[in-house]
Design a protein around this ligand. Structure first.
Ligand code: HPA
Ligand code: ZN
Length: 337
């Protein structure tokens, strides 16, 4: 008999380092908010929305994802979105999260930055107090927009540095290389933000090099294309630069044909600091537990590998030292049961 099971993977203490809050919008909440805010949707019901979630690449997904986000207008909407995700975390024993949000998706529609950040940060504060879930929030720039817009967004964030811990880069990767954002990342660093960026999801390994060398990022989101470049693999291993990998997302967006061909465990065994994350769980078929379960069902994830993946997430997180120590103890105690 296998030493682990689906329920063990649900109970496993977990850390999430790559999740877009807008990507946690479940169709049910999308309809509720559309009604509350009198926003027409292109879908007749929840089932039709779910059926539309078939994507052939990243752009296909992004087109639907930005549509969905239009139902978010008021502080309460952003609170409800974030809180629903955090309740899911509680259910799945996710103890620390570092979620992304995309302010430009909202400010471009006339929703003030303040409305977005207040709703999200109130929910994160309540989660810490009521659910025991700690967090560090990361603001992403949309890479399909120009750098001027990103700089404007960075300036908007200056009032909220108590609530925002880092900046990232997301949206359409191909044709929008890291160096397009060199000035804004340099300015963000000067403001004291931690730096991460999506790289090597659909784009080539060279985008990972350039994110490290030009943007000075500390952690790579996705990064799975690194496996094409042995020299880059050595750098990632030697410097223990973390990758926030999103298995179900990669299969949904056809980065891998099927889960059985995913390379995350191969990278883990080679010594890369890979971690498991959900990306846009409501669109990709699952939250943290479902991602671990899929690795177990399709790649034979072992107990030792599952524990190492979570340890990597603790190491890779921006949690303060004391919290990291606490998370290690919880994990060690769980592993010994
Ligand atoms: N890649 C790039 N941008 C995104 C993603 C992703 O997987 N999810 C939400 N925005
Ligand atoms: Zn992502």
């Amino acid at each position: 008999m296998s030493e682990i099971s689906h329920s063990w993977l649900n109970e496993l203490p977990k850390i999430e380092l790559h999740v877009h809050l807008e990507g946690t919008l479940e169709p049910e909440l999308m309809f509720e908010l559309a009604k509350r805010n009198s926003i027409p949707l292109n879908f007749s019901g929840v089932n039709e929305v779910k059926e539309a979630y078939q994507f052939s690449n990243l752009q296909d997904f992004l087109d639907i994802y930005y549509q969905g986000a239009q139902v978010l207008l008021h502080e309460q909407d952003f609170y409800d979105l974030t809180w629903a995700y955090l309740l899911k975390c509680k259910e799945q024993n996710v103890l620390h999260v570092e979620p992304f949000f995309d302010p430009q998706t909202h400010t471009d529609r006339g929703v003030p930055f303040k409305v977005v950040i207040n709703g999200i940060s109130d929910a994160l504060a309540d989660a810490e107090e009521r659910l025991g879930i700690s967090s560090k929030l990361i603001m992403c720039f949309l890479r399909h927009l120009d750098e001027t817009s990103a700089i404007e967004t960075l300036k908007n964030s200056a009032e909220y540095t108590d609530y925002i811990y880092g900046v990232g880069l997301d949206s359409s990767e191909k044709g929008n290389p890291p160096e397009k954002f060199s000035n804004v990342f340099s300015a963000a660093k000067d403001m004291g933000y931690k730096l991460v960026a999506h790289a090597g999801e659909e784009g080539p390994a060279s985008y990972i090099w350039r994110s490290l060398d030009i943007l000075n990022i500390e952690r790579i989101d996705h990064g799975i294309r690194a496996i094409d470049d042995p020299e880059l693999m050595l750098r990632l291993i030697n410097n223990q630069i973390p990758l926030t990998v999103c298995p179900l997302s990669n299969v949904k967006l056809k980065v891998f044909e099927e889960m059985a061909s995913h390379t995350i465990l191969e990278m883990l065994e080679q010594g890369v600091c890979v971690t498991v994350n959900s990306d846009d769980p409501s669109y990709f078929g699952g939250y943290m537990t479902e991602n671990f379960v899929s690795l177990y069902d399709n790649l034979g994830l072992s107990k030792d590998q599952a524990l190492r993946l979570v340890k990597n997430s603790i190491d890779a997180s921006f949690a303060p030292k004391k919290r990291k120590k606490g998370l290690y103890s919880i994990l060690d105690e769980f592993a010994a049961e």
